[in-house]
Design a protein. Sequence first.
Length: 114
Amino acid sequence: MPMRLANYHFGRIEVDGVAYEHDLLIAPAEVREWRRREGHRVHPEDLEPALALAPEVVIVGTGFSGLLKLTREAEEHLSGRRIELVAVRTGEAVEAYNELSPGRRTCALLHLTC
């Protein structure tokens, strides 16, 4: 059963009732901290922890105000592997994960601030 995301606020989210206050990788069976090479830009190597889990869909939460940006190379990295990308503000990413994860192998990479 997929994880349930709830109560997202700037800098904080709950995953299956447990609160987190750092950027996260969320997959069907795990939650872990997500670190990037550069604070507000996602490069191909920043996606590797999610890609190692062979997802059909990668959801990137771009922050409360949407300041996190994917590089063109990161987008091409996903499309070249035929992985669907959903890149939206983190509040919308939470909704997308809860909607998509029951039927598809989904990973979320969530930036909780900015």
